[in-house]
Structures are given as C-alpha cells and as structure tokens.
Design a binder for this molecule. Structure first.
Ligand SMILES: Nc1ncnc2c1ncn2[C@@H]1O[C@H](COP(=O)(O)OP(=O)(O)OP(=O)(O)O)[C@@H](O)[C@H]1O
Length: 586
C-alpha cells in the first residue's frame, strides 16, 4: 500500500505541476525514496495511527500548465478509502479530468476554487455523499449544476464567478451556512428556502428571480415577453426621483434644485419629509452639543445643502450633506416607521448626549416628526470598518496589530457605554462593521449607539432569524448580550477577513469549520502570510466563539470581553516591542 500511495501521489504532483518536481520547494519531501506519511510530505496529512493519507492541500501554487486528473488518486484504493480533504485552491489549473472523483467517496472537503477549469461539472459530483464543503468558485465552469440535493450534509457551497447556467437545483438548505452562486448565468426562480441567504449570494445572474432578489419572477416574465415600450410608465416615487437625481445626473445634487420634473419640495421632502410647516420644522431640529453646529445649524440649511445618498440600511437611508453655514460635512440618517414616540426619542437622545467616550460618535443634532426621525452625525472621512474589510479582497493591507487595536478599542468603548447606560437600559442595538468608523490614528469610532429600542431589536431578530439569534428572553440583559454577540461577529470578521452576510453567516460557518477540526482554514490568509501570532489569533477566536454562543446567558459580559481582548492586544504590543528592541540591539 505504501508504495502504491507514494507512486500515486508523485504521479499526481507530476500532472498538476506539469513535471516541475521542485514546484513545492526543495524541502517538501516529495520524492521516490521517502514516505509521504512517515516523512511528512508538504501538503499531505496522514492519520497518526494508521498512516493513511487523509488530506492533500496544495493551495496557491502556480499549476497553470498542469492537469488535475482525479483518477490518479481516486482510483487508488488506499488513498480513496481515507482521503477526506482535497484542496487545490488558487492553483490556476486548466486541464482537468473529474471523471473518477466519486471514487473518493469519503471526501468531506473538496476545494477547487480559483482555478481556470472550464466545461461542465459532471453528475459524479452529486455522488459525493459525504461532502461538507464544495468550493468551485472563481473558475470558468459552464453548463447546469448536477443535482446536489442528495448531499444533505453540505455546509458550504461556493460557486460564484463562473458561467454556470440553468436553474439552481434544490439544495438541502437546512444545513448550509455558506451559499454563493453570484456572478453566473443562472435563470429561473430561487428555490424555496434559498431566501435565507442574502442578495449577495445570488446577485449578478441577470435571469434569476425571486426572493431575496428584488426582481420578482412575474415581472421578469412580463419583461421578456414583450419589449413593452408602449406601456405607460409607472410614475416614479419620491425616493426613486431622489435616487435618480443623485445617482445618475451627478454624484451630488442640491436639494433645492428641481430635477427630472420633481418639484423643489418633492426632492426636499424625499430627504426630510414632514407634515409640519417649515417654521415648526426648524424649531424641532434639536442641535446637541457640537460647538461648530451650535454656530447656527438650521433645518433649512440641511435642506438646501448638496446631498449624496450614502446607502440604504434596513432602518432607513443615510445621506452625506455638505453644509455651508456652518461649514460641516454631515451624515444625515433618516429612519422611517420607528415605533418610538417623539418624547421618548428626545429623552433618549439627550441622555446619550451626556455620555461621551472618545471612541463613540456623538450625534450632532436630531429631528423628530410623527412619520420619521432624523439623526445628524459628523461625516467620517476615513470610512468604515466594513470598507477596510472589503478592501482585503482587493489586496489592501489590514495588519494584525491594527485589527487587534480596533477590536480592543471597540470593546473598551462598548464596556464604558454599557456601564453608563445599564440603568437606562440602552444598549447599542445595531453594532456592525458599517457602523464603526476609523479616525486618522486608525482608532475606531462607534456610531449609532442606542438608536434601536428594545422592542425594535426583538422585531428585527424575529423576522431575520437566520442571521441573528432570536432573543427569547426579553429582559434588558438580553439586549446588552445582543451587543456582545454582534461584537463577536466583528471579531470573526477581523479574524477571517470575511464579511457577515456576504453570502455567509459567519458564526455558524466558523463553528462548523472548528467542529471539522479545520482551524487554520478559518483565518484570513493575509494574516498568516504577515506572520501574525497563531497563538494570539486562536486566543481571539476563542473570545469570539464565546461571544456568539446561542445562549445569551452563556455569553460573557462586555467587561469580561474587553479584558480578554485588551490582554491579547497588550501581549501582542509587548512582542512587537521585544522584537524591535532586539533588532535595534543587533
Ligand atoms: N457618519 C458617517 N460618516 C460616513 N459614512 C457614514 C456615516 N454614517 C453612515 N455612513 C455610511 O453610510 C452607509 C449607509 O449607512 P446606514 O446606517 O444607512 O446603513 P447600514 O449601516 O448599512 O445599515 P443600518 O440601517 O442597519 O445601520 C454605510 O456605508 C455607512 O458606513
């Protein structure tokens, strides 16, 4: 068996590398005079007792002139019988023969993402009954997907960025925690239960329809039936007019300018609509304690200033407003249909204004009418943590030490706010990376503290239970622990480089990966490349996992979390001090 295994592995490497035997480096161990298990060949992991091959992980090598032939390993009984992890990620491989893949019937992880495979995926994939993770993303695969529904234990399916077409087959969505078929040519309706994943899991498939996409299936068939140029066009809503004038004409638009046939008041009111008269309105803009804004910020100034739609969150839209007098760039958040009463809202804003922490962004002003509430913040030029995380995908550096100090900064600020506001029962309620901004020193600033009432949190969690664990106990403690959960997700984002809801429910994904004893795979590859301390990454991961415990009672308090995170950060700082002082001595 040993010889058969060794020869098969050497043949496999010769094929993927196109006979470039040194591709894995000179000390990789791969040669005909040694043993893959006893001599620990690079990329091969064996069972310690039986010395049989369990994992082959050859990620990130330039195999662009080679061929992946599944037969070479899957037709060799001693390998096929025990191999459960095969990964050739980012190998640029083009040549392929998938035919015998189903003979590797114990495979749990099959990772073929980031190659140049083209053509279709054979039905044999659907016979890999034990698969937990199938990653075929970022290839050039086309044709229809085989019926993967019988792989009931699938946890992760990544097929984004291919040219796959046809309908999305039924999957067993109950176990899936990561699912992505975006940027393909899929058509038809999204299968039932598929809508437990967000839009980013399905986007950029022009002929795909149904929830969670905004395109509903009946409108798609109407559109394709006739070019219907003659049909009278539905008139645009105020929001659409605003979006149109902002998005298509120029990036910024004066609120006062009449555009696209909308009257002055239409556009203004799309931003700040009110049934109050203008005078009443200007009286009800309550300016809090910002010195610049106290210099005469008026509601009318907000209306007249050029504004740009920054985005629409689940609670409303946020606009960047360039005010001339006083000279300030503001972010105005407009929240619609918020059940909180005007007086409660006012009381809360005034309370929050008294509690100041350097890492928490105070509101500059607020406005409240029956239909909507406005919150005015200073615009943060350095962008959000979300943008930093998204930058990792496009090669931007985000160092381990910055991530640690951001984590510690958020935890400290949150611990302070929880302590100060425990009595008033005001938790953050909507903590996430798009609500955290960075200042010039890369210090985090938490925005939108306390905007959601307890009732609101409960409604949101109930309607979106796939992403946020439902709070069954309506106690105040639970809402504070919801912040701890959210902080845990931010830690996971910092550790994995993945973004929550970007086709992935991070907490479940990480927990399932850990269950599979697959820990290193969790971490953002750039952290490992940078040489970040694996021990401290694991320590931080343990904190994160405690925070995202299903049971809010089992989650630590934010004080405990802050202590754990700052300890890890301090250890890391000390290790940097030691290494710099040693290098300066040398
Ligand atoms: N003060 C600010 N300065 C700069 N950008 C901001 C500011 N406040 C919000 N933004 C950005 O505007 C965009 C929209 O924000 P918004 O708060 O409306 O949505 P969200 O954070 O995605 O969701 P939610 O409604 O749940 O908070 C986000 O990208 C956010 O980072």
């Amino acid at each position: 068996d040993e010889t058969v295994t060794r020869d098969a592995l050497l043949k496999f490497l010769a094929e993927v590398s196109n006979n470039n035997s040194t591709i894995l480096g000179t000390n990789s161990g791969w040669n005909s005079t040694s043993d893959p298990c006893k001599d620990k060949w690079h990329g091969v992991t064996c069972n310690a007792k039986t010395l049989s091959v369990e994992k082959i992980i050859l990620d990130g090598y330039d195999f662009s002139s080679g061929t992946f032939d599944a037969t070479t390993i899957c037709s060799v009984e001693p390998i096929a019988h025990t191999l459960f992890f095969l990964s050739l990620k980012n190998g640029l491989l083009q040549g392929k023969n998938f035919d015998s893949i189903d003979k590797c019937k114990h495979l749990r992880h099959l990772v073929l993402g980031g190659n140049r495979f083209s053509g279709s995926i054979p039905q044999s994939f659907s016979r890999l009954n034990n698969l937990k993770r199938l990653d075929i993303s970022n290839n050039r695969l086309s044709g229809v997907l085989p019926d993967l529904s019988r792989i009931s234990g699938l946890i992760e399916f990544e097929a984004q960025n291919n040219q796959l077409s046809g309908e999305i087959p039924e999957f067993d969505f109950s176990n899936l925690v990561a699912f992505n078929v975006s940027f393909n040519n899929f058509s038809g309706s999204i299968p039932p239960e598929g809508d437990s994943f967000p839009v980013s899991s399905y986007m950029e498939n022009p002929l795909l329809c149904g929830s969670p996409l905004a395109r509903n299936c009946s409108s798609l068939s109407e559109d394709s039936e006739s070019a219907d140029y003659d049909k009278p066009k539905r008139s645009l809503s105020r929001d659409e007019i605003l979006m149109y004038s902002v998005d298509h004409d120029s990036t910024t638009t004066s609120m006062d300018q009449s555009k696209k046939g909308a009257s002055n008041s239409d556009i203004s009111s799309a931003v700040i609509s009110s049934d109050d008269s203008n005078t009443a309105v200007s009286q009800s803009l309550v300016v809090l304690t910002s010195p610049e804004a106290n210099n005469g910020l008026r509601f009318e100034d907000l209306l007249k200033a050029p504004a740009e739609l920054l985005g629409r969150g689940k609670h409303g839209s946020t606009y960047k407003v360039m005010c001339d007098n006083p000279k300030m760039t503001l972010a105005v958040k407009r929240i619609k249909d918020w059940s909180i009463t005007g007086s409660e809202f006012k009381k809360r804003m005034q309370k929050l204004d008294k509690i100041r922490h350097p890492n928490v962004l105070p509101a500059v002003a607020f406005y409240s009418s029956r239909q909507e509430k406005l919150l005015v913040y200073e615009y943060q030029n350095n962008g959000s943590l979300l943008l930093l995380l998204q930058g990792i995908q496009t090669g931007q550096r985000f160092h381990w030490s910055s991530r640690l100090s951001i984590a510690a900064g958020i935890a400290d600020a949150l611990a302070f706010m929880h302590q100060e506001l425990q009595h008033d029962r005001i938790a953050h309620g909507n903590l996430k990376s798009s609500n955290i901004f960075l200042n010039n020193n890369m210090e985090p600033t938490i925005s939108e503290y306390g905007l959601m009432s307890i009732a609101e949190i409960n409604t949101t969690t109930a309607s979106n239970s796939h992403y946020v664990f439902p709070i069954t106990n309506e106690s105040v403690e639970a809402t504070f622990k919801e912040d701890v959960y959210a902080f845990g997700v931010i830690l996971l984002e910092l550790l994995t480089g993945k973004v929550q809801n970007d086709g992935i429910e991070l907490a479940s994904w990480v927990v399932s990966v850990l269950r599979e004893e697959w820990t290193v795979e969790v971490f953002d590859r750039t952290l490992i490349q940078e040489g970040a301390s694996e021990e401290r990454m694991v320590n931080l991961l343990q904190v994160a996992v405690k925070c995202v415990n299903h049971s809010h009672e089992a989650r630590p308090s934010i004080n405990q979390v802050a202590l754990m995170v700052t300890t890890i950060r301090d250890e890391d700082d000390r290790s940097i001090d030691v290494s710099t002082s040693t290098s300066s001595i040398i």
